[in-house]
Structure formats: structure tokens, C-alpha cells
Write a protein of this length. Structure first.
Length: 454
């Protein structure tokens, strides 16, 4: 019985080797498919019973597809797009003259004669048109400022698009990490069941301790606690990702079975930051503020109103014809309160211009910090991932096999097997978390640089 269970456990460990192992140089492949993994069968069985992420009739959600859905469906992005469209309609309004006014009037009606229209020579009916005309250059400056603000709104949309793609990618990879954690837990459950059988067999034949059985059972309970914790985190990640995709929180998500674990080597990226839409938005805000300042200075000059009217006179009571009147008038504003109005407006616009320039400088420094931090996080996560893949995981796997073999012949205690198993379990978890961390940092780096790809 003992030898049969031992062979089952050894074959189980061999089956669970789904993490890529280092290969001899002659066997290395040139393409990236050498860095792919296959989900174990135990994980499939577990998720078929527990997880809502594997509906057979739903399309597989890759990170690229998730980003495409979010860019199409996310209401926050749609709101920002609508605002940009509204801003695009403003410049032509600002550059157009005010609507003219049409005037009707009855002039010089004699009250002594019952408002008679033909009694007095100067009684007349008048129709006129007035047009306000801002001082030359004001309309053009208003339109120019509004155009800069509309262009800034377009850059705001591009910035929001980048940040949404970043957030979706981060959430997708975090979900992958939780998904793989559940697969690892499912496989570890099977391994622990076999270890409990071995410990029981050893105890029954007098070659093991009851403590070994209790230790194995305790490990099962600890794993059940870990499973419950990760299950909750798994569903929380599904809800977060669905929120970005504008889907129901419990909408099922099907992840791909194969993932490309290749991580590119990025040396430097700080010289690419000028492509960030946020910088372009701040620059357009400066242009708009500068234009508003020029417009405020123009307010020292008067605006005009040009009017024309035609007055109709009635014939005299005796039937004699009276000539009609035509009139033209030009009026203008008098900027006599410049110290309290125009001068203060110029001061306001100068301060606003300074504010936008400071905002650009601050944004540039923040972007530089984002790029440096994201690049450092990516390099660190990539290095951890490579160490786990090429060194720590293979050694941990060998340690499990060696501890099991030694325990089978009585050369080590059961606690050593458990320690080796725990180390292997932790390194598998770290493997997928390091991969997720690297891709999340890469998504942050792309967004900080204002690029979809590097």
C-alpha cells in the first residue's frame, strides 16, 4: 500500500510541473512559445466547480480585448468624449458677432391729441437695426482661446484613454494572478490528500508518528483558509474588471489557457515622455491662458454699436405728404473704470497664465517620477520573475522530490516534506504575482510615456 501511494505521489509531482524549466542551449527555441504554460487538469476541475471565470460559451478575454471593450463601453470615457465634442462647438460661437437687434418704435406721439399719428410733423413710426461690434481683434482672440481649450479637451480624451487602458491591463493581470493562485491551491489540495494518505499508512505500519498525520491535516486546514481568502479576492477582481468594462459585477470572465510569459528588456524610457497627452493638454492650457491675457488687454479699447433706422410719417390732416426720415448712429463704450476693472482683469489673466505654466512644470516632474518608478518596478519584478523561473522554482521542485524520497526510506522527518512543499507552494504563488507585477508596471510605464506600445 505504501509503495503504491508513493508512486502516485511521485507521479503527481511530475505531472504538476507546469512552470517552464530551463533547457539546454541546443534545445532553446527562438520564438516566445518556449515561455508558455499549460493549466493543469486539477485546476480545470477546481474552477469548473467553483469559479465563474470559465463559461464555455463566452469569448476568451485577452488583455487586448478587455482594453478594446473598455474603450468602447466605459461610461467615464464616454463622458469625457462628450465634453470634448461640446468644447469643439464653442470656438465658432466665440468668433461670431453678437446677434443684431431689431427695433420698433413710435416717436413723438402728442398726448394732447389722443396719440394722433398725423397731427404733429415729428410724429413717426420707426423700425431700426442695431449691431454690436467688439473692438477689432477681440472676436479673433476669443475664438482662438476657445480653440486652444477645445484642443486641450481632445488631449484630455487621449489621456483618459491611456489611463483606462492602463487600469484595465492592471486589473486583468491581477485577476490572472488570483486565477493562477486558485489553480495552485487546487493542485496543492490533491498533493496534501496524498501526503495525508502516506502519513496514515506510515502511522498504521508503525513507521510514522501520529504527529505527522496531524501535521498533514493542519496543512489541509491552512490551505482551506488560503483558498477561502483567495476565492474572495478572485471574485473582487472580477467585479473590479467588469466595472471598467461597463458590465455587471458578476459577469463571467473566461481567461486564456496559455499566456505569453516573455518580458522585454527595457533599459531607458525617460526621453519619450513628451508624447504624453497630458503634457500636450497643459501646453494648450498655457496657450489659452496667454490668449485670454491678450484679450484682457484689448478690453482697454471701446466696443461699438452701429445702428440704422427708418421713420415713417403720416400725411398732414389736410392730406399734404410728409417726407420719411432715415437715420444712422454709432455708439461706443467708455472704459473709464480701468483701474478697477480692466487692470484687475489683466492681473487675473497674468496669474492664471503663471498657474498654467507652474502646472506644466509640475506635471512634467510628476511624469518623470512616474516613468522612473514604473521602470524600476518593472525591472525589479522582471528580475524576480526570471529568478523564480530559472532557479528558485526548479530547485524548490527538486527539494520536494528529494524530501519525499528521503521520507519514504526514513532518512528525514515528515516536517521536512511539509517545509519543502510549502516553499514550492510559495514560490509558485510568487512566480505568478511577479509576472503580474511586471505586466502591471509595464502598463503604468506605457501610460506614463503616453504610448500604447514600447
Amino acid at each position: 500500500m505504501y509503495s503504491v501511494i508513493s508512486r502516485r505521489l511521485s507521479s503527481r509531482i511530475a505531472f504538476m510541473r507546469h512552470i517552464p524549466m530551463p533547457r539546454p542551449a541546443g534545445a532553446a527555441r527562438a520564438n516566445r512559445r518556449s515561455c508558455r504554460f499549460t493549466v493543469p487538469v486539477a485546476g480545470f476541475l477546481y474552477l469548473a466547480l467553483f469559479s465563474s471565470t470559465l463559461p464555455a460559451d463566452d469569448a476568451i478575454l485577452t488583455p487586448e480585448r478587455a482594453v478594446a471593450i473598455a474603450l468602447e463601453e466605459n461610461p467615464s470615457l464616454a463622458q469625457i468624449k462628450a465634453r470634448a465634442e461640446a468644447m469643439a462647438a464653442i470656438p465658432s460661437q466665440e468668433g461670431t458677432l453678437p446677434e443684431p437687434t431689431l427695433n420698433f418704435g413710435a416717436l413723438n406721439l402728442p398726448t394732447a391729441y389722443g396719440l394722433n399719428l398725423n397731427k404733429e410733423d415729428m410724429t413717426m413710426l420707426e423700425v431700426g437695426v442695431n449691431q454690436s461690434i467688439p473692438f477689432p481683434g477681440k472676436l479673433a482672440l476669443r475664438e482662438k482661446a476657445a480653440a486652444f481649450e477645445a484642443e486641450a479637451a481632445v488631449n484630455t480624451v487621449e489621456e483618459a484613454r491611456l489611463l483606462l487602458a492602463r487600469d484595465v491591463t492592471i486589473r486583468w493581470w491581477q485577476l490572472v494572478s488570483m486565477h493562477q493562485a486558485l489553480l495552485i491551491i487546487a493542485d496543492t489540495e490533491q498533493l496534501l490528500k496524498q501526503l495525508v494518505e502516506i502519513a496514515n499508512t506510515q502511522y498504521r505500519v508503525g513507521e510514522g508518528l501520529q504527529q505527522d498525520v496531524l501535521t498533514a491535516l493542519l496543512e489541509q486546514a491552512k490551505l482551506a483558509k488560503e483558498k477561502a481568502q483567495h476565492a474572495g479576492m478572485h471574485h473582487a477582481e472580477i467585479a473590479r474588471l467588469n466595472a471598467l468594462l461597463n458590465q455587471a459585477a458578476d459577469n463571467a470572465i473566461r481567461l486564456p489557457d496559455d499566456l505569453d510569459t516573455h518580458l522585454p528588456d527595457i533599459q531607458s524610457a525617460t526621453d519619450l515622455q513628451e508624447s504624453r497627452p497630458l503634457l500636450a493638454e497643459k501646453k494648450k492650457a498655457i496657450d489659452a491662458a496667454q490668449t485670454r491675457l491678450e484679450l484682457a488687454k484689448k478690453d482697454y479699447y471701446p466696443d461699438f454699436t452701429l445702428g440704422t433706422a427708418y421713420s415713417f410719417r403720416q400725411n398732414t390732416p389736410g392730406g399734404q405728404s410728409r417726407s420719411d426720415f432715415a437715420s444712422v448712429q454709432l455708439s461706443m463704450t467708455l472704459p473709464i473704470y480701468t483701474d478697477r476693472k480692466q487692470a484687475k482683469a489683466v492681473d487675473q489673466r497674468q496669474s492664471e497664465l503663471l498657474k498654467e505654466r507652474y502646472a506644466l512644470a509640475e506635471t512634467r516632474r510628476k511624469i518623470q517620477a512616474e516613468i522612473s518608478a514604473s521602470l524600476a518596478l518593472y525591472r525589479g519584478s522582471r528580475e524576480q520573475f526570471e529568478l523564480l523561473k530559472t532557479s528558485m522554482l526548479p530547485l524548490a521542485q527538486q527539494s520536494v522530490s528529494a524530501a519525499l524520497a528521503a521520507y519514504q526510506v526514513g532518512k528525514t522527518d515528515f516536517q521536512s516534506v511539509i517545509q519543502a512543499k510549502n516553499a514550492w507552494f510559495d514560490y509558485q504563488m510568487q512566480y505568478w504575482q511577479a509576472l503580474a507585477d511586471a505586466h502591471q508596471a509595464l502598463a503604468q510605464l506605457k501610460a506614463a510615456l503616453g504610448r500604447d506600445t514600447l
